[in-house]
Design a protein around this ligand. Sequence first.
Ligand SMILES: Cc1cc2nc3c(=O)[nH]c(=O)nc-3n(C[C@H](O)[C@H](O)[C@H](O)COP(=O)(O)OP(=O)(O)OC[C@H]3O[C@@H](n4cnc5c(N)ncnc54)[C@H](O)[C@@H]3O)c2cc1C
Length: 438
Amino acid sequence: MWDFSTDPEFQAKLDWMDTFVREEVEPLDLLFPSGGAPYDVSDSAARAILRPLQVQVKEQGLWACHLGPELGGQGYGQLKLALMNEILGRSYWAPTVFGTAAPDTGNAEILAMFGTEEQKAVYLRPLLDGEIVSAYSMTEPHAGADPKEFTCRAYRDGDGWVIDGEKWFTSNARYAEFIIVMAVTDPDARPHERMSMFVVPADTPGIEIKRNVATMAERDDLDEGIHAYIRYDHVRVPADALLGGPGEGFRVAQARLGGGRVHHAMRTVGQCRRAFDMMCERALSRRTQGERLADKQAVQAFIADSWIELQQYRLLVLNTAWTIDTQPHGAARTQIAMCKVAMAKVYHDIVQRALHLHGSLGTTHETPLAGMWMSVPALALADGPTEVHRTTIAKQMLRRYRPAEGLFPSEHIPPRLAAARERYASILEEHGVKEHVR
Ligand SMILES: Cc1cc2nc3c(=O)[nH]c(=O)nc-3n(C[C@H](O)[C@H](O)[C@H](O)COP(=O)(O)OP(=O)(O)OC[C@H]3O[C@@H](n4cnc5c(N)ncnc54)[C@H](O)[C@@H]3O)c2cc1C
């Protein structure tokens, strides 16, 4: 059965969210625009505005909707979450206001799945309540896209573990209460069994943030960088800091990355829609050579192509969310990779056109477009570069096929035509069809 409708009760919630985000949340984007602001729990002014907004979200029953009811969420599933995230994606602060900010969402999921009761009490509960933030430390300075190249070690020492090595681009580490760290525990094991995952309090002796690196969308000169280059210098943690068993780091990572990628994709639909709205408003507002930009065919092509691409992408994301909700675990793997690849391209193309139509104004920081444009490269890299996901898609698709049996492809026409002639020989003869010429 196929049904593209949204049930009216849930649509009413989406309508409330839409107004709330535009009117109440977007002012936070303007007042506290730096990349780290939503995660900086020490900023009392921002928190004084944030807290009452979070209370309203909780009163509406819309808090932390990525979680099941046992963890205080609504258990809405990914499809409803996708529709919500389209709205949240408009605003940088909105995920924090609604308790669905990354990487806390993924970290909460793995703590819920693999954490001890004590870890859940100490870390998970305050994380879910929005009182603390967390970080995820996987990428290394010499290796990101291929975890098999990682060298940061963790080894047993007495009744605990010692972590030693470096990590790169650990987002929000400077604000985090705890960091989830992936480290090599058995370098001689098979590649996917070498790594383990640890939950490490951020104030553990030996954790040194060498630098908070800024992306091009953040500013070094204002110390806005939020991606930590970290040295773990013989960092000692107890035995129960291990999440999952020894050697299960990959399995634990997969549990969090699938969700993270699709949530990014959902929010990107919202960002694309915002850029598209700006493009259309500009086309109707600006005149040149006696007519509106909207009357120019080149501009109409921009608008039509952007809408087609956005709708194609949105349907892919919604279908992926539906697959996660309705099919066995892992069934959406290829689709998640497709969302990840399409996300950077569609976002780039729509934002580029919107920015271009805004002329010189588009190149400034006086509209949100420059910030969007500068975040395009990160979308194509965070959670794995485009090429890696393309490879996943191609491998999965190729598994469905076999090589041709003979010298020619199975679609080669001459033998197929001969077989068709043979099959219907008596009818062809009866009707005087001597030869079928191609
Ligand atoms: C904004 C942002 C936030 C991030 N936050 C975190 C975080 O919180 N925690 C964390 O651990 N990491 C984080 N990362 C790091 C991210 O996961 C890595 O950037 C990503 O995995 C790629 O690794 P790399 O940057 O080392 O690139 P590399 O691995 O050096 O790849 C560079 C390029 O090489 C090419 N390439 C790589 N592999 C292949 C392949 N198999 N086939 C063909 N070409 C290939 C691609 O063109 C790729 O873009 C973040 C990154 C960004 C941009």
